[in-house]
Design a protein around this ligand. Structure first.
Ligand code: AMP
Length: 213
């Protein structure tokens, strides 16, 4: 089973993917996390991806395809939750090729207003080690500046700075949002009100996922 979580930057995809992985046993496949790991480890993929990511732009499709394939292989039969892939129609088509016409069980769009997105991203803080995500006001760390999960430092992601966020939102509306129609046409699209609390969004996602199983 493959489920896609989609939505603009700041919509809460990563937070919901973590919850669904913890509580429902999904394997979370976050292409953003995988790319950040490559950058941290200084791999060739990381070196290629770095400038695109720091500018808030999409990393070329062929780089992502390699990442996606190895992440899907490592899922070893577990249900997979895709967070951050696909990010354009070409990637959506490539995914269809890999998993086949019945491979995707549902696409869940966390939908919310642009003003809320900016507010959420500007307060977001991310663990430099495990990638756990916090918010200065709505979900702060227990000890200021340090991750609850692994104790490492929690910082603002370079691409979460305001100028980069503007670019990322533009990229989302031009390149990523057309995938919504692509999945509507395939009858796989579900819309979730992403402005609700984390718990409410989780409850509606989990209920809809159970009905698909
Ligand atoms: P995320 O953590 O999902 O917000 O992704 C952070 C950044 O990684 C994005 O702004 C892109 O530069 C890059 N990225 C992640 N996933 C993809 C993808 N599927 N296609 C292209 N670039 C991606």
């Amino acid at each position: 089973m493959i489920i896609i979580l989609t939505g603009a930057p700041g919509a809460g995809k990563g937070t919901q993917a973590d919850l669904l992985a913890d509580k429902l046993g999904f394997k979370k496949v976050s292409t953003g996390d995988a790319l950040r790991r490559h950058i941290k480890e200084g791999t060739a993929v990381g070196k290629r991806a770095q400038s695109y990511m720091s500018e808030g732009k999409l990393v070329p499709d062929e780089v992502l395809l390699g990442i996606l394939q190895s992440e899907l292989e490592s899922a070893q039969g577990k249900p997979v939750l895709l967070d951050g892939y696909p990010r354009n129609v070409a990637q959506a088509k490539a995914l269809q090729e890999i998993v086949g016409p019945q491979g995707i069980s549902g696409v869940f769009h966390l939908d919310l207003d642009k003003s809320l997105l900016v507010e959420r991203i500007s307060g977001r803080r991310t663990c430099i080690n495990c990638g756990a995500s916090y918010h200065l006001l709505t979900s702060p760390t227990k000890v200021e500046g340090f991750c609850d999960r692994c104790g490492s430092e929690v910082v603002q992601r370079p691409d979460d700075h305001e100028d980069k966020v503007r670019v990322r939102l533009e990229v989302y509306s031009k390149e990523t949002s057309p995938i919504l129609d692509f999945y509507k046409d395939l009858g796989l699209y579900h819309c979730i009100d992403g402005s609700q609390s984390t718990e409410k969004v989780y409850d509606s996602l989990a209920a809809q996922l159970r009905s698909l199983a």
